[in-house]
Design a protein around this ligand. Structure first.
Ligand code: URA
Length: 460
């Protein structure tokens, strides 16, 4: 029996009018996006934009969301981890300022995997980490990694499998063939005011993560002034949608709602963030890095627990800290970086590799407590220094960034350094300095502090 033809206009009208889309309608719409050519516009940009706005307005029920995510996931190439016979797991963060946990978590899990090889000699845990670039006020793991001379983030899926076999983790960028539907949808969302839909965000993020062929996924969903979603409730709703979507496709999924009220750790930028992680993996724990270490260990702890290495996530966090402190994570890091062509000699003296052309220290104007900041504004200051990009494709500076000298709640004397700004261009220092001065608030009384981890969302 021939299948009835599904026209994009009917899918749009159904969603616009609040009807529930069936699987065939959603699948046909996504297929039309990836199969269209210049000569044969199976669906036009205008129609895709209308569909996005209809979803933005009407939302999706769990079945529609699961089907959209799966249709996007299989819109191009997917990684097949089955031949590795290992436990695949990844972490995804909704993005933040100074958020470099991936650079600690991937080698920590790789070290745990390398410590228990399968009978076929493959690490017992593998992390096929496909990361993104900085955009807006948030940093991107790929931009940080690409400050390492020679490091290649553009591996194909065969090379990804080879690196996992050898190292237990690989840190790569999305290829044009992975989830191509998301490229089209995301580009149009950017132009049509439909980025902030929790349903579209879930389908976008989860389709790419599920294309990695994961047994489990830990999500770090940010809340607070530097978070992508504007309110706690919206962050929590997003976390619930992502957990539900991951679980419904057979991937154990857990989301942690974590604070993004101030930059995570000591540095925000590109090379400076790699440097901070090398220090930690080499056993140096700067006082400003404590929140970064804590949150990385908690996320790694959940991953080790889901991978069956520990009975509880708390035991997992303790094991993660041991792996970091013992130098095993650093060994795994060197192996991953070398396997992807990176020059590991620069890690012997990472501070010597930090060569900004200009820097400026911002000092506290009054004595008191660092009480609040708009973390998004701090992220934009990092971007304006040259570390981030205003639009996709812009180049980023390796050495631009900010070093924070105080955390929220710290007591400061007037004249004490608050932050150091770095840039490759002295002319780029003024505006970020002004932005930081405006947003870093010092008060006479100590502020009430937020916990680092707010809530954990699981399928239950
Ligand atoms: N990151 C993504 O990959 N997609 C979104 O929609 C938002 C953040």
């Amino acid at each position: 029996m021939t299948q009835p033809i599904i026209h994009p206009i009917d899918v749009i009208l159904h969603k616009r009018d609040g009807l529930v889309l069936n699987d065939a309608e959603i699948q046909a719409f996504i297929r039309a996006i990836v199969e269209r050519t210049a000569e044969n516009q199976l669906v036009t940009d205008a129609q895709i934009a209308s569909f996005l706005m209809a979803v933005f307005q009407r939302g999706l029920n769990p079945q529609e969301l699961a089907t959209l995510t799966q249709a996007m996931r299989y819109s191009g190439d997917t990684f097949d981890a089955a031949p590795l016979h290992t436990f695949t797991i990844d972490k995804h963060s909704t993005g933040g300022v100074g958020d470099k946990t991936s650079l600690l978590i991937a080698p920590t899990l790789a070290a745990a995997g390398l410590a228990h090889l399968t009978p076929a000699g493959v690490p017992g845990i593998c992390v096929p980490m496909i990361s993104g670039r900085s955009l807006g006020h948030t940093g991107g793991t790929l931009d940080k990694l690409e400050t390492i001379p020679g490091f290649n983030t553009q591996l194909n899926l065969t090379q990804l499998a080879g690196t996992l076999r050898k190292c237990g983790a690989a840190l790569i960028g999305q290829t044009p063939r992975i989830v191509p539907a998301d490229r089209t949808l995301y580009a149009l969302r950017d132009h049509t005011g439909t980025v902030e839909s929790p349903f579209l965000i879930t389908a976008s993020i989860m389709s790419k993560k599920l294309a990695e062929s994961l047994n489990a996924l830990v999500l770090d969903v940010k809340v607070g002034s530097g978070a992508f979603m504007p309110t706690y409730e919206q962050s929590k709703f997003l976390a619930q949608l992502m957990v539900q979507t991951g679980e419904s496709s057979g991937t154990r999924t857990v989301a942690l709602l974590t604070s993004m009220d101030q930059p995570l750790g000591r540095f925000s930028g590109n090379w400076v963030e790699v440097w901070e992680c090398i220090d930690i993996m080499q056993g140096q724990r700067h006082a400003m890095s404590h929140d970064l270490i804590e949150i990385s260990n908690i996320l790694s702890g959940w991953m080790l627990h889901l991978a069956g290495r520990t009975t509880t996530p708390e035991e997992g966090a303790t094991l993660a800290d041991q792996i970091l402190q013992s130098g095993e994570a650093y060994k795994a890091w060197l192996k991953i970086i070398a396997a992807q062509g990176g020059d590991t000699s620069i890690f012997q003296n990472p501070s010597a590799f930090h060569k900004p052309k200009a820097s400026r220290i911002l000092k506290a104007e009054t004595s008191g407590y660092l009480a609040s900041m708009d973390c998004k504004q701090v992220g934009w200051a990092v971007q304006r220094l040259g570390a981030g990009r205003a639009k996709p494709g812009d180049p980023v500076s390796a050495h631009a960034g900010i070093e924070m000298h105080a955390k929220l709640g710290d007591k400061l004397e007037a004249g004490q350094p608050l932050a150091t700004l770095f840039s490759e261009d002295p002319a780029l220092l003024d505006e970020p300095e002004h932005m930081l001065r405006e947003t870093l608030e010092i008060t006479a009384a100590p502020p009430a502090l937020q916990p680092l981890i707010h809530e954990i969302v699981t399928k239950n």
